[in-house]
Design a binder for this molecule. Structure first.
Ligand code: GTP
Ligand code: MG
Length: 217
């Protein structure tokens, strides 16, 4: 039998738990997708776009998200995080990156991929480049999600996505707008295909004996 394209219902994305260190991260082996990017880029808004409802707190003031916030879907988790690059890295921000985010990105076993979130009006910059280089030993797949596409025309947005694809070397660059409610289904599909489905061992479902007891323990 053919596997369905994706088996998750975005409306089932639910807040799970918040953590400030690796010890506080939830147990279980469900694959996790880290949502990283500058403060104010629209990371938490992206979670709400995928969920189809306001489950993550957002703010027009940078620095809103202060912890690792876990959201669970039936077959994966999204992890919202504090941002980087705000006010040349305030003291607080440095602490959250060094003590909370770097250990998570470096050592979390079930981390399956990164969504790097960028305001579409920005350029791929040194911070994004540093992040990609720093994470490269783990060989995790990366998707770039461009937010706030409502700030320009469709043609400009497509051209910008191509330019960022070139400068970042990341193949998958997606365009979203929370204002226009656009791009979230496509982003979720892409994330599921790149991070989850491609990483799962191919199962011959005709051999399934029905003994699977689910993925959370
Ligand atoms: N016009 C427009 N505004 C957006 C979009 N996405 C996010 N925003 C706005 O950008 C601001 C920041 O959004 P957040 O989702 O809180 O950003 P964040 O990356 O989570 O920020 P931190 O938690 O501070 O790191 C808010 O005012 C959002 O309403 C978008 O697609 N279009
Ligand atoms: Mg946030």
């Amino acid at each position: 039998m053919n596997r369905p394209k994706k088996s998750l219902n975005p409306n089932k994305l639910m807040y799970m738990v918040s953590a400030v260190d690796l010890q506080g991260c939830p147990p279980g082996t469900q694959p996790e997708i880290a949502i990283v990017g500058r403060s104010n880029a629209g990371k938490s808004t992206l979670i709400n776009g995928i969920a189809g409802s306001k489950i993550a707190m957002t703010s027009s003031t940078p620095g809103k998200t202060r912890m690792l916030n876990f959201y669970s879907a039936p077959r994966y988790r999204l992890v919202d995080m504090p941002g980087y690059g705000f006010a040349a890295r305030s003291g607080d921000e440095q602490v959250s990156w060094q003590e909370m985010i770097e250990p998570y990105l470096a050592a979390r076993e079930n981390l399956s991929g990164l969504i790097i979130v960028m305001d579409i009006r920005r350029e791929w910059a040194r911070e994004e480049e540093n992040l990609i280089r720093w994470i490269s030993p783990r060989q995790l797949p990366v998707i770039v999600a461009l937010t706030k596409a409502d700030k320009m025309s469709r043609g400009e947005a497509l051209a910008k996505a191509k330019a960022i694809q070139r400068s970042s070397g990341v193949e998958h660059v997606m365009i979203t707008s929370s204002l226009e409610k656009k791009g979230f289904i496509e982003l979720e599909d892409m994330a599921f295909n790149v991070f989850i489905r491609d990483a799962e061992p191919s199962i011959d479902e005709s051999q399934d004996d029905g003994s699977d007891d689910g993925e959370t323990r």
